[in-house]
Design a protein around this ligand. Sequence first.
Ligand code: GUN
Length: 294
Amino acid sequence: MTAKIISGNEVAAEIRKELTARVAELKNKGIVPGLGVVLVGEDPASVSYVTSKAKGCQEIGMFEETVRLPADVPEEDVLKTIDRMNNDPKISGILVQLPLPKNISVEKVIGFISPEKDVDGFHPVNLGKLLRGEPCPLPCTPHGVKQLLVRSGNDPAGKHVVICGRSNIVGKPLSAILMQKEAGANAVVTVVHTGASDIKHYTLQADILVAAMGVPEFITADMVREGTVVIDVGVNRIPDATKKKGFRLAGDVEYGPVAEKASFITPVPGGVGPMTVTMLLYNTVEAAIRLNEA
Ligand code: GUN
């Protein structure tokens, strides 16, 4: 079997078209959704993500403000920036790019964002709602994975989804999203992590396999059953002197051999990546509507 490619670029373009129309409608009612982004330091991957977030906002007609702070900024100044954005009516959603430098507490910073403006869905109040199955902003990358599955005709309902990786950003929230008794979810979910003595034992039982452990090309063909749907969340920069940028991108899946066995697969780049920014735009539009109703 050779896998069909699930194009994140195509699905993202479809959703962004829907969002562009919604933003235009909101503007007619005098509502302009706005995203506030806070970037601390100059980590190249983070700079690249933040740039694509700003571009995404502009493309669909949203307001956007990015605040760039030096890596050695005191924690208090980050909190002050968030406080200002919490109280700024032009800002409907706030995102603090992660990871943060070691001297700044992620818990403190995330907890300081108003839950109504938390478009990452990382605030403890929103994560609690997510686990309980209450309405809340869904964390962007897991939400993107759900959309890729549903919109490619791979509804997770009743399927065994095996998630490799238990990060706060992807693995944990994705397991909470897909286990809910809701449309586009209702899956049987297994989360595999470094505590497992035999990861392959679990991956071979997957109908849908999500690789989100951040280890380049960890999932090899012998770990995948024929016909599995494979979603690769990994974005790893591998040094490569033959490339203009000095690196190439690799996912957490050994793409070529696994694509020979999978029924569907996402590429890297062009798979999950474009969906993350798109679902951030979606969450910001939804936040703008809710704030206007409040
Ligand atoms: N860093 C990597 N992914 C994310 C994300 O989804 N949100 C934030 N804030 N930072 C990230």
